[in-house]
Design a protein around this ligand. Sequence first.
Ligand code: SF4
Length: 351
Amino acid sequence: MSALPSIRLGISSCLLGEEVRYDGGHKRDPFLVQTLGPMVEWVPVCPEVEVGLGTPREAIRLVRDPKDLAEVRLMTGKTGVDLTKQMRSYARTRVRALAREGLSGYILKKDSPSCGMARVKVWRDQGMPERNGRGLFAAELLRQYPNMPVEEEGRLHDPRLRENFIDRVFMYRRLRALLSSRWTIGDLVRFHTAHKLVLMAHSPQGYREIGRLVGEAKGVPRAELMRRYEDELMAAMAKPATRARHTSAPHEHAATRGRPLQADARPGVAPGIGVGHRRLPPRARPAHRAADTDSPSRPSPQRVVPPRPALSRPGIERTDVAQSCVTSPGWAVRPTTPHTRGACAPCHAAC
Ligand code: SF4
């Protein structure tokens, strides 16, 4: 099993504390810098500085073109200089160059006329602005990499959206590693099987539809198969996993194999899923056992505690050390705080 290289994420520079904003300030995000930062390699980009506007600079904004209401332009606020062409041209080239960086995801600064992904203010000649714009750099990024996980820092403060983003980053990274290798249909089938539980937790319907594609893989041209598999997989992963689906996925998986989970050789697993999914941090839930590995095709069935514990709850990063559960071999015990005893999925109360 070969380990994948470190996770590289693109990011709006100001979120890392770089003083690149129009007023010479920054928008350092403590979660990104302190919690996520040690686990990833950042690729910072400030479109407004790189396009040559300098720091400090006149504030810019999106403005609806009065002659063509479908068109949105990037203008300086006071002097009214139109920067649309300049920014679009820069964004096309810069975003294309990002392909060499091996990015697995991107985090954008919300509300920015360059970096904002959605709901950016669009001004008109008169009246209040509408919140329906998208920054020009962000628009180009999403156009060129429609399947890459992209989020705004504001949305990552929501634990459910954060978990979904991290899930997508890992899935995208493994998928790109597979598809950029000399893969075979067998590799694709193994990859799909390895991620069955995670996919079912995100979208059971997506899992079934992608399964049909994999079943017909031999009759589909390779380039089309790659494109469709990536499109459909990442669309399914974009649906946030729910607690109910985290619980039902292992049961459905066991049922399709003709072995009810209660008959599984590992004692106590079935009741543990029901209890555990309510108490465990999101990435320690049962369906993630199949996802928490760096191998693109071979999940480790033993791993319960993910290697990225701090992503789920800010309070657990210093104490999240796994040890084997004495009553349920193969499951891991995780301390929940520095002062409490550990807990594992099958026998939460007993450890
Ligand atoms: S939001 Fe984007 S363009 Fe604005 S300062 Fe931050 S990185 Fe630069």
